[in-house]
Design a protein around this ligand. Structure first.
Ligand code: KIV
Length: 258
C-alpha cells in the first residue's frame, strides 16, 4: 500500500499504531520499505550513524540531499520524510522555504521534518505548509539543540519543562504539521500530548502511548557503534558482518577463495 500523508490521521483515529524507520541509503531504504514501515525518515541521525560525526550539527543540506536521493530510489510504498539539517531553516523563513523546497524538488520526498515549535518556528512551519510542503514536527530531546540541552538527555522531567513541551507540541499542531516526533520524554507526558493533539505522535523513548513508534534502523539491525538507552536491537548485523568479512579475508589468505 502506497502511504499518503492523509492516511496517518486515519490511523490515529482508528488507533492503528504507525511504524516508522530511518534510512540513509538505498540498502537501508529497501530494508525499511520491504519490512513494511509506514513512514521512512531520512533522519539527520545519519550524521552520527553513517557519517561518523559526534552530533547531528555538522551535517549539511548537500549531504542530506545526496542521501535522500539514494533513499528515494529504494522506497516504493512508505511515505518519505527528510530532516532539514541544523541551520538550514532556523535563521529566517526564506532559508527554510528554500531548503525545504530543494528537498521536495530534488529528492522526491513528500515532506520535511524540523525540530522545535516555539514562536518563530511555529510560524516557519505554517509558512512551509502554506506553500504546500507538509511538515513533521519534533519536540522533547531535539538533537540539534544538544549544546543547549547539555547532552542527549531526557527532557520534560519537571512540571514546568513538561508544560513547555506540551505547549510547543500544541503550537506545532496548530501551525498545520501533519505529525510530530516525541523524543526521550516521560511516558506520561507523551500520553498527555498524544491525547491533546489532533495529529499523530510518533514516539522514540517516549513510552507506549504514542500513535506510532520510530527507531533508527542502524540500531534495530545492530549496526550502530553506540545506541541510546531507549533503542531496541532486533539483530546483530555488525557482529555477523565482521565474522563474514573475516571469513573472506581468511579464505583469500589461505587460497580457498576463489
Ligand atoms: O534523526 C533521526 O533519526 C530522528 C529520529 C530519531 C526521529 O530524528
Amino acid at each position: 500500500m502506497v502511504v499518503k500523508i492523509q492516511q496517518l490521521a486515519r490511523w490515529k483515529q482508528a488507533q492503528r499504531p504507525i511504524a516508522v524507520l530511518t534510512a540513509w541509503d538505498v540498502i537501508s531504504a529497501h530494508i525499511a520499505d520491504q519490512a513494511g514501515a509506514d513512514l521512512i525518515l531520512v533522519g539527520d541521525s545519519l550524521a552520527m550513524v553513517t557519517l561518523g560525526y559526534e552530533t547531528t550539527l555538522p551535517l549539511t543540506l548537500e549531504e542530506v540531499l545526496h542521501h535522500a536521493r539514494a533513499v528515494r530510489r529504494g522506497v516504493t510504498d512508505a511515505l518519505l520524510v527528510v530532516d532539514l539539517p541544523f541551520m538550514s531553516y532556523q535563521v529566517d523563513r526564506a532559508d527554510a522555504l528554500r531548503a525545504a523546497g530543494r528537498v521536495i524538488k530534488e529528492t522526491g520526498a513528500q515532506a520535511v521534518k524540523v525540530e522545535g515549535g516555539y514562536g518563530a518556528m511555529a510560524e516557519t512551519i505554517e509558512a512551509l505548509v502554506q506553500v504546500g510542503i507538509p511538515v513533521m514536527g519534533h519536540v522533547g530531546l531535539t538533537p540539534q539543540s544538544v549544546n543547549t540541552m547539555g547532552g542527549f538527555r531526557q527532557q520534560g522531567k519537571s512540571p514546568e519543562a513538561a508544560d513547555r513541551i506540551l505547549q510547543e507540541a500544541i503550537a506545532i499542531d496548530q501551525a498545520g504539521a501533519f505529525a510530530i516526533v516525541l523524543e526521550h520524554i516521560p511516558p506520561g507526558l507523551a500520553k498527555t500530548i498524544t491525547e491533546k493533539l489532533t495529529i499523530p505522535t510518533i514516539g522514540i523513548g517516549a513510552g507506549p502511548d504514542c500513535d506510532g513508534q520510530v527507531l533508527v534502523t542502524a540500531d534495530v539491525l545492530g549496526l550502530s557503534v553506540w545506541q541510546p538507552p531507549f533503542a531496541k536491537q532486533y539483530t546483530n548485523l555488525r557482529e555477523q558482518g565482521i565474522v563474514a568479512a573475516q571469513q573472506f579475508c581468511d579464505a583469500v589468505r589461505s587460497r580457498q577463495f576463489p
